[in-house]
Each structure stands twice: as structure tokens, then as C-alpha cells.
Design a binder for this molecule. Structure first.
Ligand SMILES: O=c1ccn([C@H]2C[C@H](O)[C@@H](COP(=O)(O)OP(=O)(O)OP(=O)(O)O)O2)c(=O)[nH]1
Length: 144
């Protein structure tokens, strides 16, 4: 079990909740009404700032129903919230592109997140050959 210190910027959204059972991702809610025209880009405020546990970052993704409900695409595909993003004004946001005219209302659950351990430090060791057979990729499995 981990503890996350959280600051809410409004009382208008429900408090975040870890719900045991179906998924361990935690839903995030829009903290302001956001109206977008088709083709428009905006940031949806998520109304929270957090101090993540030491050694963790958070990943934000759309909910699987987000496109169906609002026609929204998350422009960065996955939002990465660094552990250092923990100041009193470091509110989480979701950058979105609207594929149709749409309105997101306060408290709508537009996104979800999980925390992920930071990767270890990496150094790159340059080689001429990696010394392994090619696996192939990009649809090569089963192709002769
Ligand atoms: O979907 C996102 C992505 C990022 N952030 C916040 C948390 C993150 O720690 C900070 C900076 O994000 P990132 O490093 O991905 O942004 P950048 O475009 O590289 O800008 P910066 O120069 O601020 O690092 O913005 C969000 O609220 N939502």
C-alpha cells in the first residue's frame, strides 16, 4: 500500500478513489467545463496536484470510453507526470484534440492514471553488433 498526498483545487469534483476489483487504474475528473469545436485542441484541468511516493511517476491515459463519449483524443497519447511535478500549482491536465463539437462537464471521468516505478539509471554502451539473430517485427510474425 502506498500513500499519495493530494491537493484538490475545487470541491466540485468527487475525491479520487482506488477501487478494488476490476482495474487498479484510478479515474480522473474534469474540474472545469470545457467546450471544444471539432478540430480544436485544449487542456482539460483535472483539479488535482499530488506528491507521488518516492521513486514513482504517474501515467495518464484516456478511459476506453473517452472517445465514444466525447470524441476526444489525448494528444500526447500517454501523459507522464514526473515526481518533481508536486508544487502547489502543479495541477494535472489532459491535452486533448476534439474530433467533433463536444462539451466536458465538471466531474466527468475523462482519464485514468496509475503510478509506475522510475526506470533505473541507464548508460548506453555502443557496439558494432549486438550478436543476436534478427527477430523482425512490424507484422513480420508468420510471414515467410
Ligand atoms: O498529460 C500530461 C503530461 C504532463 N503533465 C504535467 C506533469 C509533468 O511532470 C509536466 C511536464 O510534462 P513533460 O515533461 O511531459 O512536458 P514537456 O513538454 O517535456 O515540458 P517540460 O519542459 O515542462 O518538461 O506536465 C500533465 O499534467 N499532463
Amino acid at each position: 500500500m502506498e500513500t499519495i498526498r493530494i491537493k484538490y483545487f475545487t470541491d466540485a469534483i468527487e475525491k479520487l478513489d482506488y477501487i478494488e476489483g476490476k482495474s487498479d487504474w484510478i479515474d480522473l475528473r474534469a474540474s472545469e467545463e470545457v467546450e471544444l469545436k471539432a478540430g480544436e485542441y485544449k487542456m482539460i484541468p483535472l483539479g488535482v496536484a499530488m506528491e507521488l511516493p518516492e521513486g514513482y511517476e504517474a501515467h495518464i491515459a484516456p478511459r476506453s470510453s473517452t472517445f465514444k463519449n466525447w470524441g476526444l483524443l489525448q494528444t500526447n497519447s500517454v501523459g507522464v507526470v514526473d515526481g518533481s511535478y508536486c508544487g502547489d500549482n502543479d495541477m494535472w491536465r489532459m491535452p486533448v484534440y476534439a474530433t467533433r463539437d463536444t462539451v466536458i462537464h465538471v466531474n466527468d471521468r475523462v482519464a485514468q492514471f496509475r503510478i509506475v516505478e522510475n526506470q533505473p539509471k541507464i548508460i548506453f554502451e555502443e557496439v558494432k553488433s549486438l550478436g543476436h539473430a534478427d527477430r523482425g517485427g512490424f507484422g513480420s510474425t508468420g510471414v515467410k
